[in-house]
Design a binder for this molecule. Structure first.
Ligand code: GLN
Length: 354
């Protein structure tokens, strides 16, 4: 590595280390000063990040609320006690605790990445105009949402919009379309990913509801390839196996403005990254997106496989994985672990709260 590249690599590290040190700007005011002034969030170093990942894992290990998804029969067989926590920084440093090498199905965490692929191919207006970017406030598979918002299929993070996203991926046929998506995910995760076949078959045999979404879209010309083909490619996409670590690298690529911090490959144009993060902020937790913004204040995406990735722009991705879900289909332990780390680091985008 030449010295310029070394400097370029070190610069964001230094920025990151010092970002948390900034003192609040003193302001002159007629009102009396508060008795105590809250300290700015502490600067995080490698030791802090490893400690926080360990703490989050230890703290919520005992939480057994919720249940693994069972509407996809094979998902109910995934050991419910698995729990992994990972941070991958925008510099490519990885901190992990727990079950971070278990390959679980990516499910809906795939959706923002396919939306990013469509933006790369067709620009961000294509997503806004042909799918939409408004949150529904309804469940991820709400047929009603797909019906009542007729001009678009709602947003790329609910099932109907995600199937529409898949249908927009430019490729000569369904097989090539899936391979284009898989290749993109491989590059995002700096890994060779593969479909978890049992999960794919199990969902393909039971995805009548998603097929219904695709046909509703087709009836109003809101799907852009054959509806059943798009549903099948979508189902395969959801069955791609990722570890918490690999998902962390995918998230860190978003945190690093579209460049994979491990391979240094630019995968998403910088101009599209804020758009992807915006839809994650508005709809990443489905009908709990408002509460997630209220508590954690970060763009994130959940999946019924138990994975969640949250992105701190310019800094890091924080990942939790644990199969037990709440009613909205969001992993309970993963949510708690990420919320804890966000709070400890003071990286809520709306303010550290300190
Ligand atoms: N493949 C799942 C489905 O279509 C994804 C849902 C999710 O992760 N919320 O139902």
């Amino acid at each position: 590595m030449n010295s310029q590249r070394v400097l370029a690599r070190l610069f964001p590290v230094v920025l990151f280390l010092f970002a948390g040190c900034a003192e609040p700007v003193a302001h002159v005011s007629a009102s009396p000063a508060p008795a105590t002034v809250a300290a700015a969030p502490p600067a995080a170093n490698a030791g802090d990040l490893q400690r926080l990942v360990n703490e989050a894992h230890a703290k919520f290990q005992g939480v057994t609320d919720g249940a693994p998804a069972d509407y996809i029969p094979e998902l109910a067989k995934v050991p419910a006690d698995l729990f992994g926590v990972a941070i991958v920084t925008a510099q490519g440093d990885v901190y992990t605790a727990g079950d971070v090498d278990y390959s679980f199905s990516i499910q809906s965490v795939s959706k923002p990445f396919t939306a990013a692929l469509v933006m790369q191919q067709q620009g961000s207006d294509a997503i806004a105009q042909k799918i939409g970017v408004e949150p529904t406030g309804l469940k991820f598979n709400s047929i009603m949402a797909t019906q009542i918002i007729p001009q678009v299929s709602v947003n790329p993070l609910v099932n109907s919009g995600a199937i529409a996203s898949v249908s927009m991926v430019q490729a000569k046929n369904a097989k090539a379309r899936f391979n284009t998506i898989l290749d993109f995910f491989d590059r995002l995760s700096a890994s060779k990913l593969k479909v978890l076949d049992d999960i794919y078959k199990s969902e393909a045999a039971t995805n009548q509801r998603n097929r219904a979404h695709a046909y509703i879209l087709a009836a109003s010309e809101r799907i852009y390839s054959d509806p059943m083909e798009a549903t099948d490619v979508y189902t395969k996409q959801c069955s791609i196996g990722v570890t918490a670590k690999q998902l962390g690298i995918m998230g860190a690529t978003l945190a690093n403005n579209g460049i994979n911090p491990l391979t240094h490959e630019r995968l998403i144009d910088a101009k599209y990254v804020p758009k992807v993060l915006a839809i994650m902020m508005m709809a990443g937790f489905y009908n709990e997106s408002g509460m997630w913004a209220y508590t954690a204040g970060l763009p994130a995406k959940t999946g019924v496989g138990g994975g969640i990735v949250a992105v701190v722009p310019g800094k890091m991705a924080i990942v939790g994985f644990s199969p037990r879900l709440n009613d909205a289909g969001n992993s309970i332990r993963a949510t708690k672990a990420i919320e804890y780390i966000v709070d400890q680091l003071g990286v809520n985008l709306f303010g550290s709260g300190r």
